[in-house]
Design a protein around this ligand. Structure first.
Ligand code: SF4
Length: 489
């Protein structure tokens, strides 16, 4: 069995990244580059669909973008000036390719391709109704529900049918769709998952993160607003795009974890630099949870910006005490328990000359199962650290996510089983402290969390889900995710 990160199963994982471009000669090649920049959002499969004014062309494959979309013959076959694509995390086995996006269907209005980042929390319910009414599903993906809802809508125009479909789905969706009329990009009314718009000359570009614009030399224009549909008719320029807001006024709740971990630090999410926010998080963490130590040491790579912020605020020197090997690839064979333990040392090694005899404070973005934290603390002690303090740049992760992020069941989350003192014992640290929820909001420029109507989705910390989820919904989302992927973690 192959796995992406053989020793990195102790993180929440974003499940998808999307990219689309309308109005450029080399559309598929540009999408391939954009998806490459979004590879951190999903490493197990990728797909691109293009449109040349007459026909749609699709190529989907298991594996990374590089290796699948860097061959001339693949890109040349994806003809046309408009294309959209998708990277996804974690599908394996023989049934998986049918779930790789973009999904495509022939509707009465013509072809319809869809790339989706998020998770539709009532997909199983909708799917049962659709199947009862005669729909025949080709995949086990929640995204396919949208296609069938569009296909069976009683409205006349494609746009009205699409809006009718979206009004029936709940949960998280950032979408890029292509039809014979043009490209549609939209974000769910709560704006849970990100989506941004840019331009390259006259071409309009959409992506999960701005880092994908940097790679293709495009200019960032703005985030798509929660609940906004942006329509780019084929041949249109940025000046000609139309926007609709069919869901009325809904207070947005974008995912706060994008700022903590998912997005790349060189991206802008909802108008904020991820790097700057992470540094502010580290500074706030130092204010809330000071400790006497000789060095501030980041857990690479995601803990680095917060550790810089912690060091600057506390005055304790920032040093690289853990060196990460960049050569642990996705094709490493899933080892047994004993080799797994050795595996952490393959990926991370202690900088012994620096650490021996020192008191250190380790900064990480989050603790999910706690297994990697335990090994890293142990590695620091074996390298001679006299005290190992752990500071976490987010509140304890106590709840599962149902909005397009791979989380263990609650029973697998260390913070759902232990209080902070029990977690400290589990990872064998001298002290352990987390950022407060209000501290996280402060780092994002808010005064505090608005408890009645929080400004962000923070459900994995608070259990306060932005959409109503019954126990049955939760169980069904779990079933659906199981169906979607036989995960290797
Ligand atoms: Fe993001 Fe957590 Fe909300 Fe999921 S539950 S959308 S990871 S904040």
């Amino acid at each position: 069995m192959l796995t992406t990160h053989p020793f990195d199963d102790d993180k929440l994982r974003e499940e998808c990244g999307i990219f689309g471009v309308a109005g450029v000669d080399t559309a598929a090649a540009m999408v391939a580059l954009g998806l490459h920049a979004l590879q951190h959002r999903g490493q197990e499969a990728a797909g691109i669909t293009s449109w040349d004014g007459h026909d749609f062309y699709t190529h989907r494959a298991m594996g990374h973008v590089a290796g699948n979309f860097d061959r001339d013959e693949v890109i040349r076959a994806l003809a046309g000036r408009s294309a959209c694509g998708h990277v996804r995390y974690s599908t394996t086995g023989e049934t998986s390719l049918r779930n790789v996006q973009p999904l495509y269907a022939e509707l009465s209005s013509g072809g319809f391709a869809i790339s989706h980042n998020g998770n539709i929390s009532n997909a199983m319910k909708l799917r049962r109704d659709l199947v009862r009414r005669g729909s025949i599903f080709q995949s086990t993906s929640d995204t396919e529900v949208i296609i069938h809802l569009v296909a069976t809508s009683n409205y006349r125009t494609l746009l009205d049918r699409f809006i009718d479909a979206l009004k029936q789905v709940e949960g998280a969706y950032s979408l890029i769709c292509m039809t014979p009329e043009g490209m549609i990009a939209c974000r769910d009314p709560l704006g849970i998952r990100p989506l941004v718009m840019g331009r390259l000359g006259d071409a309009v570009i959409f992506a999960s993160e701005t880092v994908a614009f940097d790679v293709v030399g495009a200019e960032y224009i703005r985030s798509i607003d929660p609940g906004e549909l942006v329509i780019v008719p084929h041949g249109a320029t940025v000046e000609d795009i139309r926007t609709h807001r069919p869901f009325g006024d809904v207070a947005p709740r974008p995912c706060i974890f994008e700022h903590v971990y998912f997005s790349r630090p060189d991206s802008i999410v909802d108008g904020s630099s991820v790097y700057s926010v992470r540094k502010a998080i580290g500074a706030q963490l130092a204010l809330e949870n000071p400790v006497d130590a000789d060095y501030v040491i980041p857990v690479p790579d995601s803990g680095v910006p917060a550790a810089i912020g912690y060091a600057q605020e506390s005055g304790i020197p920032f040093e690289l005490g853990i060196i990460r090997s960049h050569y642990i690839g996705r094709t490493f064979i899933q080892p047994g328990d004993k080799v797994r333990h050795l595996g952490v040392k393959l990926k991370h090694n202690a900088n012994r000359a620096l650490i021996a005899g020192k008191r250190i404070v380790l900064i990480d973005d989050s603790i999910v199962r706690g297994t990697t934290s335990l090994k890293i603390v142990q590695m620091m002690r074996e390298a001679g650290a006299t005290e190992v303090h752990m500071r976490i740049a987010s509140p304890p992760t106590r709840h599962s996510c149902f909005y397009g992020v791979d989380t263990p069941e609650r029973s697998g989350l260390l913070a759902a089983k232990h209080n902070v003192s029990g977690m400290r014992e589990f990872i064998h640290a001298d002290s352990l402290a987390f950022l407060s929820i209000d501290g996280l909001y402060k780092a994002l420029g808010e005064v505090k969390r608005a408890d009645i109507r929080p400004q962000y989705c923070d459900a994995c910390f608070t259990g306060d889900y932005p959409t109503s989820l019954t126990d049955q919904d939760e169980a069904e989302v779990r079933d659906q995710l199981e169906l979607l992927s036989e995960r290797v973690v």
